[in-house]
Design a protein around this ligand. Structure first.
Ligand SMILES: [Zn+2]
Length: 340
């Protein structure tokens, strides 16, 4: 890590800023050094270690463009202990015959809503307590130094915000908020958990099982006995503020994403196969806007044939390598950003 003397810096304000930045980096450096602590590889698909050539190609891409728009998917949360849907052997589809609930089913069927919320209630304590991993932390750092202008995530796990990133667009909503299908009322998912506890005192919310949206398995009797509250504002149906399969991303959000893609210099895609159209559309928008695109993912993606750079591998393996190569460069960037 770079060391600075107060004498050579001259200004106390500058000294304070450098110390703040150095402490910030020291903390991150510790995290990078002990990345195993942050990496739960249970749900990470098998892959080869990234080659040095690929690391250098990606480093060149990241260095060349000043302001990156980053698109993230389930592949960056697997190292926090959340399985994705589609990965071979370790993804949810490979390990069970479970399919996520569809928007229309949820709206139309009280039984499906009851089952959804009962499972979600049991899974919530574990799901909501999971921690960001090294990829989330590095993206937060890159936002801090001005390299990342926007993070668009398909994940509903709140991990970018937990890591401290501010410029986050949650493309598919968040599991941490609950909405009413009838009025505009919204409550936090934590608040709903407290209501569930009061309504279902004999049901204990604890499990080691987990799914990408916090869902778990329960018996039919457990599901049928579960009490689900209505909206306390209008009596309407409560739904997690998540874009379910079969639902659409709000127009304003799509426009906001489009503006960010067009205004930033390049698109960096991390940990997604781009199987959902709402994510693939972002790559198409970047191609239309003639923005360079790089993808880091384990396995094929829908856009491999039409982008500038594809790196195969685990984000938690690759990003720390680039970050460590760029420590002094980021220092220069932050001093420039603060007009020193
Ligand atoms: Zn309502």
């Amino acid at each position: 890590m770079t060391k600075f003397s107060r004498h050579s810096l001259g200004s106390s304000k500058f000294f304070v800023m450098i110390m703040r930045y150095t402490c910030h980096n020291a903390k991150l450096f510790t995290n990078v050094s002990s990345q195993f602590y942050f990496s739960n590889l249970t749900f990470v698909p098998k892959c080869y270690p990234v080659s040095t050539e690929d690391v250098m190609r990606l480093k060149e891409f990241v260095d060349r463009y000043h302001h990156l728009c980053v698109l993230t998917g389930a592949g960056i949360s697997t190292e926090s202990g959340i399985p994705d849907y589609r990965s071979a052997e370790v993804g949810l589809y490979a390990r069970s015959n479970h399919k996520p609930v569809l928007y229309k089913e949820f709206c139309d069927s009280e039984a499906i809503r009851r089952r959804y919320w009962a499972r979600n209630y049991i899974g919530w304590p574990r799901f909501s307590s999971l921690k960001p991993n090294i990829t989330h932390k590095i993206l937060k750092h890159l936002e801090y130094v001005g390299k990342v202008g926007c993070i668009i995530t398909q994940n509903v796990d709140n991990l970018h915000l937990k890591a401290g990133s501010k410029k986050v667009i949650e493309l598919h909503g968040t599991a941490f908020r609950v909405m009413c299908l009838n009025c505009d009322h919204k409550i936090s998912r934590h608040e709903l958990q407290r209501i569930f506890q009061k309504l279902n005192p004999s049901m204990i919310a604890t499990t080691q099982m987990i799914r990408p949206d916090g869902d778990v398995e329960l018996t039919q009797a457990q599901v049928e006995g579960f009490n689900v509250p209505a909206c306390n504002n209008c009596g309407g149906i409560l739904k997690p503020d998540i874009v379910f399969f079969g639902d659409n991303v709000l127009h304003e959000k799509v426009q906001n994403v489009k503006n960010n893609v067009e205004n930033l210099d390049a698109l960096l895609v991390l940990g997604t196969t781009l199987s959902t159209f709402s994510a693939y559309r972002i790559v198409l928008q970047a191609i239309d806007a003639k923005k360079p695109i790089a993808i880091v993912n384990i396995g094929e993606t829908r856009a491999d044939k039409c982008i500038n750079l594809k790196v195969e591998g685990r984000c938690g393996d690759i990003l720390p390598k680039i970050w460590q190569l760029n420590i002094s460069k980021d220092y220069k960037m932050i001093t420039k950003m603060n007009n020193f």
